[in-house]
Design a protein around this ligand. Structure first.
Ligand SMILES: Nc1nc2c(c(=O)[nH]1)N[C@H]1C(S)=C(S)[C@@H](COP(=O)(O)O)O[C@H]1N2
Ligand SMILES: [Mo]
Length: 322
């Protein structure tokens, strides 16, 4: 696999994962993993300087209890093995083709059933939000997985700023459409722009975040800069990248993958080892970074987050609502 660093950081600047993990371990053994001592981070505090160049260290990121016991994949795995079809369908296409992608200035259009619609600058969407590290499993529908130390903001905190009203039953998210910058959009692999959606209850769930960083640094373009959803109990394709529109709606949005292959990719897309994809089993997954000969690992119901999210789907037939 291609090994490459983002061009605007010198290798000497990169905190190796080992150093990073040791720091985390030190912080937890020292018992200082609390918001107060480490500092209440905010994106604006974190992004002073040149407004968030890829790879820049985010200041004041609060550690969280999420992910205790999980060992993150390497920076290399997370930033060179990607799905981002706007930049090509190969796993190393995004890192190769997204480096010149402009993520500043960035605007987000907020529409639909809310009291504060409008076009917001990225900086205003995330202003004063507390940055948290969340180490989550990512399970792709293609049956591979990683563990990723995201830096993000609870999605609920962002959405509440727009004051959704009682007609808002779903939230629809859209990725930028710009074929000049996104070569993959010049081919009709999907019906561009990429669209995803959640029920309002899913979107407001504390596990759902808007990620703006990874490994304590500004999110690399190939991972969905400047901001992308992370919904860890669902297949990876729900975690839409480079979002420039948020719509509050009363109808279940038709998502890109659902439109492309409705019998294969449903709206819910909850990770479920008991419901196979029509063309392959979902019972196991290949852990990226575990080595070529490592046995596959068992896929967990709701990707291991059943205790937290199971109640959202009580009474729902998970086989029909795949
Ligand atoms: N806009 C957009 N978002 C996207 C995708 C995509 O092709 N386009 N791929 C999805 C898929 S299939 C996965 S598995 C994750 C991968 O995220 P990562 O590359 O940061 O690991 O992004 C998701 N978000
Ligand atoms: Mo995926």
């Amino acid at each position: 696999m291609l090994i490459r660093r983002t061009p605007d950081i010198r290798p000497s600047e990169i905190t190796g994962e080992t150093v990073y993990l040791n720091r985390r371990r030190f912080l937890s053994t020292a018992g200082v993993v609390t918001a107060g001592l480490i500092g209440q981070g905010s994106v604006m505090a974190g992004l002073t300087g040149d407004a968030g160049a890829t790879g820049q260290v985010l200041e004041g990121v609060r550690q969280s209890a999420f992910g205790a016991g999980l060992t993150p994949n390497s920076w290399e795995d997370i930033t060179t093995y990607n799905n981002f079809y706007e930049f090509g369908t190969g796993k190393s296409d995004p890192v190769e083709n997204a480096q010149a992608f402009r993520t500043r200035p960035w605007q987000v259009e907020v529409t639909g059933y809310c009291d504060k619609p409008g076009t917001y600058a990225y900086e205003d969407v995330i202003r004063d939000a507390a940055l948290e590290e969340r180490i989550y499993r990512l399970r792709c529908v293609e049956a591979w997985s990683m563990v990723i130390p995201w830096v993000g903001i609870p999605l609920a905190d962002i959405l509440k700023r727009f004051e959704p009203n009682s007609n808002a039953k779903y939230v629809r998210f859209r990725t930028l459409f710009d074929p000049e910058q996104m070569p993959g959009q010049r081919r009709r692999v999907l019906d561009w722009p990429y669209v995803e959606g959640l029920t309002i209850a899913e979107a407001m769930h504390p596990l759902a975040i808007m990620a703006v960083g990874v490994y304590g640094r500004v999110l690399p373009n190939q991972n969905g800069a400047p901001m992308r959803l992370v919904v860890p109990w669902k297949y990876g394709f729900k975690s839409i990248k480079s979002i420039n529109q948020i719509e509050f709606t009363d109808r279940q949005p038709r998502t890109s993958w659902e439109m492309a292959a409705p019998q294969e990719y449903g709206f819910y897309a909850n990770v479920n080892p008991e419901v196979d994809h029509p063309r392959w089993s979902q019972a196991r997954e290949r852990a990226i970074g575990a080595g070529l000969f490592a046995p596959k690992q068992e896929t967990l119901m709701f990707n291991g987050y059943a205790d937290q999210v199971g109640h959202l789907y009580q009474g729902l037939d998970l086989r029909r609502n795949y």
